[in-house]
Design a binder for this molecule. Structure first.
Ligand code: ATP
Length: 298
């Protein structure tokens, strides 16, 4: 299937600062694609390039397989910075202005958008009376005007409290269910892991990895094991065939094996035959945070 977005060797420098170095990846249709990276890794620069706000020094990108086609812009909604809403106007009035300026959507569309971002009940209230979460939902609503196929968000949960973050997460899930492709930069790894199907990790302008979240995470199996005598357990597991390494984590031992090779019954039998009764044995999924720290640590 044709990717919604293809990046090919994108590089960008600001004077002597190399913000992006030869970055290439594809965003498949229907993906919730998380762009991750520490501060200053090039996420905003990347989003600005694909939205034609900045020009890449070298490399190219294509939306819907159409390089440099300005008409594709109408199919993309974006939220890079919080829009300048008028504090003394209502949500409806603010979106009416945004819609007129951007030539996207109409009165009917504004009602549809307010429904999606769950602001219908407060649509006549002044913007100044909104919570931070509501303001951010209205900003996302503005990006939804005209019903674009693709949505690009830069740190959509920035500055929100846990409730606000959860609301945006639910909203992103709703949009994904409606078939939208979503590209979002974030530094909230846990959030990205909860909503994203795909991820790209940047570090100082280099792409470290990109692909389906499960594949990026699953390059090894981790089995957590525990018993009353940890020293004895460690020395026995050292001899378990096929493992790559072992780590002690508090009262647990983590046994690392090549992906797809963890067999709990074999580990259990092996330990039992050496006189060890296990009181814990489970496969642990690596969190995106662990993977991210592993990749971005020097
Ligand atoms: P953050 O998470 O902090 O927003 P980011 O991953 O979005 O960071 P960018 O904002 O793209 O990263 O910045 C990448 C690098 O380019 C950084 O070193 C930054 O200081 C630099 N940079 C960004 N914009 C400019 C600019 N207009 N002029 C000079 N340097 C810039």
């Amino acid at each position: 299937m044709q990717p919604v977005l293809s990046l090919n060797g994108i590089s960008k420098s600001y004077g002597r600062i190399h913000a992006l170095k030869n970055v290439s990846f594809d965003v498949p249709e229907g993906a919730v694609f998380g762009l991750l990276g520490p501060n200053g890794s090039g996420k905003t620069t990347m989003l600005s390039i694909i939205l034609d706000i900045l020009k890449a020094d070298t490399g190219s990108f294509a939306w819907f397989g159409l390089p440099g086609a300005p008409e594709t812009r109408q199919r993309i909604g974006s939220l890079l910075e919080t829009p300048n809403f008028y504090h003394y106007l209502s949500a409806v009035d603010n979106l009416t202005i945004t819609s007129a300026i951007s030539s996207r959507g109409n009165a009917e569309d504004i009602d549809r958008v307010l429904e999606i971002v769950k602001l219908s009940e407060r649509k006549k209230s002044k913007f100044s009376t909104y919570s931070l979460g509501m303001k951010q939902r209205l900003a996302i609503g503005a990006a939804l005007l005209g019903d674009p196929q693709v949505l690009v968000f830069d740190e959509p949960t920035n500055g929100l409290d846990p409730v606000g973050i959860a609301e945006i997460r639910e909203l992103i899930k709703v949009l994904a269910k409606r078939g939208k492709t979503i590209i979002m930069a974030s530094h909230l790894l846990d959030e990205v892991e909860k909503v994203c199907t795909h991820v790209a990790i940047l570090k100082r302008g280099h792409l470290l990895t990109a692909g389906e979240v499960d594949i990026v995470l699953a390059n090894e199996d981790i089995v957590e094991v525990s018993s009353n005598n940890l020293d004895q357990l460690l020395s026995v597991l050292e001899k378990f065939p096929g493992h790559t390494h072992i780590k002690q984590d508090g009262k647990l031992v983590q046994l690392f094996l090549p992906v797809g090779t963890a067999r709990l019954e074999e580990i259990n039998r092996f330990c039992f035959e050496k006189g060890i009764t296990l009181n814990l044995l489970l496969v642990k999924k690596k969190s995106l945070e662990t993977k991210f720290l592993e990749l971005t640590n020097d």
